[in-house]
Ligand binder design. Structure first.
Ligand code: TRP
Length: 461
């Protein structure tokens, strides 16, 4: 295994887009978005989420890709590139790497569930079971430390094999294969959903798109904003790292647009395949995190062609999780390669092992066991604590820093240059500039003020 002497690069522009879309489209789109949409009453929540994607997500996505692309470095070096001489901004890069570390450790557990469900679907385990038995299958898995660890191990091994394979031969190749398949499967199940009984599809459309004003709370607005970071893979250097393997500056803007659109479309399609099923059979739209694992197998078990549908669906979930997890691991791998000069295999094996071990308490969260005291102290189990820490605090915080960095810490000429302002119509740079300097940071800042209770203090909400 040779050292990477020159920086790896994507083989094609489409390769970059598939890899970045692979990172963005994950459990966030298929597992989380549909259930938080349900919890927040649909319609208006979706609209606000779309607003957040445009006003906050997109500018930060462009910022990340452009600093990675211009510096040709992983996050830590990327921040230092623009501000030479012992700049403290490198810390923001490290912070992102740490966020990735935390995120992957528990992401792998949910990904493991989806692998387990592929297996269950293949062995026709849902056939003929009723609601109680099917939710029992999930509860049993959740409570079993040993099974969680087994699937966590398997999933991390797959991630390692792909990342060790390298940027072009591992990541790009995998995503080029998985992404089109994923679109095909979502699209297929969505079409199938159109023909469900009881006007399920129409009810779903109404639920997803009609703004039910009375159902939205300010918590929902926060959730929409937080989710726009999570779903676009922002705030931990994933897009910086993937951008650094891109050589064409002209592609930054259009690719970022395209990736955000793909991600949003998949999230909406995921709702349009899941909710028709829910409504057609009169299930509860507010089923929470169990929506995918408890409701769908039940419904599939009653439908004609349900065997195939459930195999396809859980495969889809596993694919989506895999292409996202690869990007999380790649950030850590590439930082270690750049900083410590290790080779790719060593960097990946060692960091993934540490991430794996760090994930064990999350895997055991359901079974209590070793870490049962944790919940008493922090009010939620280890798994939920990690999710809360990463997606509610670390990602938005580091995203805020990215916006401040690109909007304020680097010079206007550096910003124009990295954006490739001369390659695009003037208004595009102007719009970006406005958003990244004022709108985006202000919105994220407001959210933080709300989180620490400041807005309540001054009587605003
Ligand atoms: N975007 C992925 C999802 O929707 C999760 C993810 C992958 C992620 N890489 C990330 C989130 C980097 C934040 C940062 O499931």
């Amino acid at each position: 295994m040779s050292l990477e002497t020159t920086r790896p690069a994507w083989g094609t522009r489409m390769g970059f887009i598939f890899a970045a879309a692979g990172s963005a489209v994950g459990l966030g789109n298929i597992w989380k978005f549909p259930y938080i949409t349900g919890e927040n009453g649909g319609g208006l929540f979706v609209l606000i989420y779309l607003g957040c994607v445009v006003l906050v997500g997109l500018p930060i996505m462009i910022s990340e890709v452009m600093i990675g692309n211009r510096s040709q470095q992983s996050p830590v070096g990327a921040f230092q590139f623009f501000r030479r001489g012992g700049s403290p901004w490198g810390i923001v890069g490290w912070f992102g790497v740490l966020a990735g570390f935390v995120l992957l450790s528990y992401y792998s557990i949910v990904a493991g569930w989806s692998l387990n469900y592929v297996y269950l679907a293949l062995s026709n385990s849902f056939h003929g079971l009723g609601a109680g038995a099917i939710s029992g299958i999930f509860d049993e898995l959740y409570l079993s430390g040993a099974r969680n660890i087994l699937w966590h191990t398997l999933f991390m091994c797959i991630v390692v094999v792909i990342v060790v394979g390298g940027v072009r031969k591992g990541i790009e190749k995998t995503c080029n294969l998985l992404m089109p398949l994923l679109f095909l499967i979502v699209f297929g199940i969505m079409i199938y959903s159109i023909f469900l009984p009881n006007h399920g599809f129409l009810k779903a459309l109404d639920f997803i798109f009609y703004p039910h004003v009375e159902k939205l709370t300010h918590r929902g607005v926060l959730e929409a904003l937080g989710h726009s970071f999570f779903t676009l893979s922002l705030g931990m250097g994933a897009m910086i790292t993937y951008g650094s393997y891109l050589s064409e500056r002209k592609e930054i803007l259009h690719s970022s647009f395209f990736i955000s659109i793909l991600d949003t479309v998949v999230a909406l399609m995921a709702c349009m395949m899941i909710y028709p099923v829910v409504f057609a059979f009169g299930y509860d739209a507010e089923a929470g995190p169990g929506l995918v694992f408890k409701t769908l197998p039940l419904v599939f078990s009653q439908l004609p062609g349900g065997y195939l549908l459930s195999v396809l669906f859980f495969l889809l979930l596993a694919f989506a999780a895999l292409s996202s997890a690869i990007s999380l691991q790649e950030v850590v791998t590439s930082t270690v390669i750049d900083r410590l000069n290790w080779n790719r295999r060593k960097a990946t094996l060692i960091t993934a092992s540490v991430i794996f071990i760090f994930g064990v308490p999350s895997a055991l969260a359901g079974s209590g066991g070793l870490f049962s005291g944790w919940a008493d102290i922090f009010g939620m189990n280890f798994f939920d604590s990690m999710d809360f820490l990463a997606s509610n605090w670390m990602l938005p915080l580091s995203g805020l820093f990215v916006a401040i960095f690109v909007g304020w810490a680097i010079s206007d000429s550096q910003r124009r240059d990295a954006f490739g302002a001369e390659l695009h119509a003037k208004w595009k740079y102007d719009a970006f500039n406005m958003l990244v300097r004022y709108v985006t940071p202000a919105m994220v800042f407001l959210v933080f003020m709300h989180k620490i209770g400041f807005l309540k203090l001054i009587g605003l909400v």
